[in-house]
Design a protein around this ligand. Structure first.
Ligand code: KG4
Ligand code: ZN
Length: 348
């Protein structure tokens, strides 16, 4: 069994070949960071055009690495939700073309669930049941994951995603794009207690919701003065930038750690799986490690290379194939995250 997985939900064009035992036979990825850097954020039209140029070479590279021809692929999976409409359509069109040409099953992948599945791939079946925390550029969500396909949304952000806040604060500080790794680097030389930034909903333990927009505004006012709007000039002093980066990062980490613990208590589960681009952040990983030891829960962090978008985590499609969940060729994209996640639970 050779499954080809395709990922084009945002600005990464990726493909992988996975076998029925979840072994990764080949994987390829083309990053668009250089194209979006000067806009300091993903420009949807540029992203979809770049996917069109890259999708076939990336699929070819994954197949070449796996040492197989396209004719040897037995099923094709594609992330069709959530994501940018134009980006999703490129991956879906490629997947449908392959499914039609080879007369093989088409499998739908939920990108957010796939981020959690990166932990299953790494640590095995023991990760379930778990609380799943997905922290990325587009999502900050907590899930009750009873099994690999059984996800229930517990709460999410009411405004910005955590990664989005990292990217916007990095821009205010004049740091590189993408902002997450740049903030992490700058924060190494900074004092996380230099500035006291807000931690939204922290004192409402039963509320599994996040908000990072106020934090972002607090950083802005700290740099440019209360009530400022429009362009801001990043602080010239590298120590001030480092202190701002470290204090901002600490505020995000504190909230993510506290809410994950709340979700564990609410569900009664004793495992936490964490995935998505922000899960690569070392300060977050260390903090979660500390509270896992103190509170005696099992912590499964996706390895850093599987935190940011990739096609390997599309291996979740193997679970759907095992459950007989293939899709008709009418399969469409769903750019927004459907709440609750019932459409993605196994169909009876
Ligand atoms: O999962 P991902 O690749 O794409 C989405 O599905 O959104 O996540 C990208 C996000 C970006 O906002 C990026 O700044 C953030 O993940 N990120 C990080 C780190 N590496 C990537 N945030 C904090 N620390 C990092 N080391
Ligand atoms: Zn993602």
């Amino acid at each position: 069994m050779k499954l080809l997985t395709i990922e084009t939900t945002c600005d990464e064009t990726a493909a992988a070949v996975i076998d029925e035992r979840l072994a990764v036979l080949g994987a390829a990825l083309a990053s668009q960071d250089a194209l979006h850097e000067r806009f300091r954020g993903v420009v949807p039209e540029i992203a979809s055009r770049a996917h069109v140029e890259r999708i076939l070479p990336v699929i070819d590279e994954a197949l070449r690495k796996a040492g197989i021809g396209v004719g040897e692929v037995n099923a094709v999976a594609v992330a069709n939700t959530p994501g940018l409409a134009g980006s999703l359509l490129v991956g879906l069109s490629a997947a449908k073309a392959i499914a039609v040409a080879l007369e093989i099953p088409l499998v739908a992948v939920n990108h957010v669930q796939a981020h959690i599945y990166a932990c299953r791939l790494t640590y095995g079946e023991e990760v379930f049941p778990c609380v799943g925390l997905v922290v990325s550029g587009g999502h900050t969500n907590l899930y009750r994951c009873a099994g690999p396909l059984d996800f229930e949304l517990l709460g999410g952000t009411i405004d910005d995603a955590a990664g989005e806040a990292f990217d916007k604060v990095a821009a205010m500080l004049g740091l590189d794009y993408p902002g997450g790794p740049a903030i992490e680097r700058a924060a190494k030389n900074g004092n996380p207690r230099a500035y006291r930034f807000p931690r939204s909903f922290l004192n409402e333990p039963n509320r599994l919701a996040f908000s990072f927009s106020g934090l972002k505004t607090a950083v802005r006012y700290q740099i440019a003065g209360p009530g400022s709007s429009g362009e801001i000039v990043p602080p010239g002093d590298p120590q001030i930038r480092a202190d701002l980066a470290a204090s901002f990062q600490q505020a995000v980490v504190d909230v993510l750690a506290a809410k994950s613990l709340d979700a564990l208590r609410q569900t009664g589960f004793s495992s936490l799986c964490v995935g998505g681009g922000v899960a690569a952040n070392r300060a977050l990983r260390e903090r979660l490690g500390e509270i896992a030891a103190a509170e005696s829960f099992r912590l499964y962090l996706a390895p850093p290379q599987l935190c940011t978008d990739n096609a390997v985590m599309g291996a979740i499609a193997i679970e759907r194939l095992r459950a007989g969940l293939t899709e008709p060729l009418e399969l469409d994209i769903t750019p927004g995250l459907v709440r609750p996640l019932s459409p993605f639970a196994p169909r009876k």
